[in-house]
Design a protein around this ligand. Structure first.
Ligand SMILES: NC(=O)c1ccc[n+]([C@@H]2O[C@H](COP(=O)([O-])OP(=O)(O)OC[C@H]3O[C@@H](n4cnc5c(N)ncnc54)[C@H](OP(=O)(O)O)[C@@H]3O)[C@@H](O)[C@H]2O)c1
Length: 278
């Protein structure tokens, strides 16, 4: 029977309820999904019991979870995929949508191990999913339709924002938003060090920078202005900001960021190739 993907009618199984899997379950519950529409699998019985106590969601083995689901979300580490795929392939009902959150694994790898015609959607999320502010990019596999993409988008919309990209762009997505939070953490860390150099207590420097980062992020997301316009608004003639900007340009920070993100993209391509060889 064809699954009914209307809102609230889908039963979702999450295979691997680690950091990302748990964040997704929590986000779906917070968005109004009933715990009885969700199910998860975990390797460690103690962790499974703890999650069931905290979230009220039932745990099961892969075969039982998959048999009950319309959508199966794979959230194990990429290196753990082989046994999961073998079990999933044997238990999957025809027409079940498989949504992979596994970084770097192509949809073709899933399609090769699942019943012919299985719709697969590949997702690159990022760690702000843990606070309901993920940036996720979704790509359709060979048998996934617009409707399947919409189901994945609705589900991931419970834990942040979602864009659609062709699968060929997933290495670039990995370099930008997948690794992106780390670049911001790195910048904040460096700016806190600068505050300490200027004689501020570490906690004060951290408060000043973290709240500035949060405020700037909200302005970037919620205003329609380009970052250049927002920066120009705090860059007055002969003022403090332009003195700092001159130093950032002199030290090649813009070029360093572009090169860093290009290196992350290249590494993603390399890792993808090595995972397909293994
Ligand atoms: N964290 C990120 O920033 C991020 C960003 C983008 C994408 N992702 C992707 O999201 C996925 C999950 O990442 P994560 O950070 O949540 O990893 P994680 O915390 O290690 O979670 C994976 C969970 O799956 C469990 N697991 C492994 N094999 C299993 C099996 N056969 N049956 C049932 N459960 C199994 C693991 O149990 P054990 O504890 O026994 O290993 C673990 O609890 C990965 O594929 C990753 O590439 C993560």
């Amino acid at each position: 029977m064809r699954p009914d993907y209307r809102r609230g009618m889908t039963r979702i199984a999450v295979l691997g309820a680690g950091k990302i899997g748990e964040a997704l379950l929590a986000g779906l519950l917070a968005a109004g999904r009933s715990a009885s529409d969700l199910i998860f699998t975990e390797r460690h019985p103690e962790r499974a019991a703890d999650l069931t106590t905290r979230l009220g969601v039932e745990a099961a083995d892969i075969t039982a979870a998959v048999t009950k689901a319309d959508v199966v979300v794979v959230a194990v580490k990429p290196q753990d995929i082989a046994p999961v795929l073998a079990e999933l392939g044997a238990a999957l009902r025809p027409g079940t949508l498989v949504v992979s959150l596994c970084a770097g694994l192509p949809t073709a790898l899933f399609e090769g191990g699942l019943p012919a015609g299985t719709p697969v959607v590949r997702v690159m999320p990022n760690t702000p999913m843990l606070v309901g502010e993920a940036m996720s990019a979704v790509s359709a596999g060979a048998h996934a339709t617009d409707e399947h993409l919409a189901v994945a988008e609705e589900m991931l919309g419970a834990v942040g924002r979602v864009v659609r990209v062709p699968e060929s762009q997933q290495d670039a997505v990995t370099a930008l938003s997948g690794s992106g939070p780390a670049y911001f953490f790195f910048l904040v860390e460096a700016m806190i060090d600068a505050g300490i150099l200027l004689g501020l207590p570490r906690s004060v420097a951290a408060d000043l920078i973290v709240q500035s980062a949060f405020g700037a992020a909200r302005m970037l997301r919620d205003s329609d202005d380009h970052p250049v316009i927002l920066r120009e608004a705090v860059t007055s003639p002969a003022g403090t900001t332009i003195a700092a900007i001159r130093e950032l340009e002199r030290h090649g920070v813009r070029a360093a960021l572009i090169a860093a993100i290009e290196a992350a993209r290249d590494r993603s391509v390399e890792l993808g190739r090595s995972m397909q060889r293994d």
